[in-house]
Design a protein around this ligand. Structure first.
Ligand code: AMP
Ligand code: TRP
Length: 329
């Protein structure tokens, strides 16, 4: 990639369920960036195995993430798409960064604290170390910008810290990446509990709309979504977290501003608003899935192979430089 464009790096875990939070919070902004930047989008399979995965389903889940990327509008002729475990430089750099990261850095990570809380006895070392592997992903490619949802901001901050610390100790090596978070939609909340983010690991499927949900099922999930007290359609995260979340989803899927929607539904109640939103979500999913199901596994494998070929020399060149700085070479 010898040009003057800045480099974007981001990734999604192939953990089975991708929901509209992943799409609206992260993937959508990648699509718009493809013309302006060198884009690298990774399927972070090593991150996904920090929690249990079913080996019988896992290889398909990896392909399915790529299908989600393509159905969202990521163009493999413009952007590089590859599988993390294909490039061993990621785990090698992660080890090196493990020796730069402090336990105190990782002890601060809120996502680990939340996840570990649920499974105290059996939480893996990998889950604890996950942000260091993410830092390696980012730093291998001289990344300028990391577009992610709000929950990943702290992890990108750690990547910055580790890059700076390494540079201070061993001389200028890594570019310091910037996080990019959307103004609207960076934290889509659960439909059953608008005080917590929409999450694939939620206990109830009513929490999220999966990108592969049957449109009829998704329509029902919207109709049944929790609302707030009162009847006014107004954006107010504190007083009306549920309606604010639904307004955000509506706005992003319809390209209408939240103000426009507030006016449109001024004298109408929650029922009418939710019915319209349900239709919009159903239509979006139908169109999305038409594309999603049209891709063939073999073509996806080909895309991943081509992607790996392109990133491999970049990643190993960066790793060699790091090893030299450490006196390993
Ligand atoms: P993951 O599925 O954890 O690999 O997340 C993939 C991307 O989706 C990351 O950039 C996350 O920050 C983003 N993301 C996950 N959940 C949400 C959510 N509820 N709202 C907005 N973005 C999200
Ligand atoms: N940890 C991110 C998530 O769960 C996924 C991820 C792994 C990532 N490596 C990355 C995102 C590098 C951006 C850049 O969403």
């Amino acid at each position: 990639m010898i040009n003057n464009k800045k480099t974007i790096f981001s990734g999604v875990q192939p953990s089975g369920i991708l929901h509209i939070g992943n799409y609206l919070g992260a993937i959508v902004q990648w699509v718009e960036m493809q013309n302006q930047y060198n884009c690298i989008f990774c399927v972070v399979d090593y991150h996904a195995i920090t929690v249990k995965q079913d080996p019988k389903k896992f290889s398909q889940q990896i392909l399915d993430v790529v299908k989600i990327y393509l159905a969202s509008g990521i163009n493999p002729d413009k952007s590089i798409i590859f599988q993390q475990s294909d490039i061993s430089a990621h785990t090698e750099l992660a080890w090196i960064l493990n020796c730069v990261a402090y336990m105190t850095d990782l002890n601060r990570m809120t996502q680990f604290k939340e996840k570990a809380e649920k499974n105290k006895e059996t939480v893996s070392v990998g889950l604890y170390d996950y942000p260091v592997l993410m830092a390696a992903d980012i730093l291998l490619y001289n990344t300028d910008i990391v577009p992610v949802g709000e929950d990943q901001a702290q992890h990108v901050e750690l990547a910055r810290t580790l890059a700076q610390r390494f540079n201070n100790q061993f001389g200028e090596t890594f570019k310091i990446p910037e996080v990019m978070i959307k103004k609207i939609g960076a934290r889509i909340m659960g439909l059953d509990d608008p005080t917590k983010k929409m999450s694939k690991s939620a206990t109830s499927v009513a929490n999220y709309i999966a990108l592969t949900d049957d449109p009829i099922v998704a329509t029902k999930k919207i109709t049944r979504a929790v609302t707030d007290s009162g009847s006014e359609i107004k954006y107010d995260k504190k007083a009306k977290p549920a309606i604010s979340n639904l307004l955000t989803i509506y706005s992003l899927l319809s390209n209408k501003s939240i103000e426009e929607l507030e006016i449109k539904y001024q004298d109408k109640g929650y029922g009418v608003f939710k019915k319209d939103l349900a239709e919009i979500v159903g239509n979006f999913l139908s169109q999305f899935q038409k594309k999603y199901y049209s891709f063939k596994d073999n073509d996806i494998r080909e895309i991943l192979q081509q992607g790996s070929k392109l990133v491999e020399p970049i990643a190993f060149k960066a790793l060699k430089n790091v090893k030299e700085k450490l006196g390993l070479l």
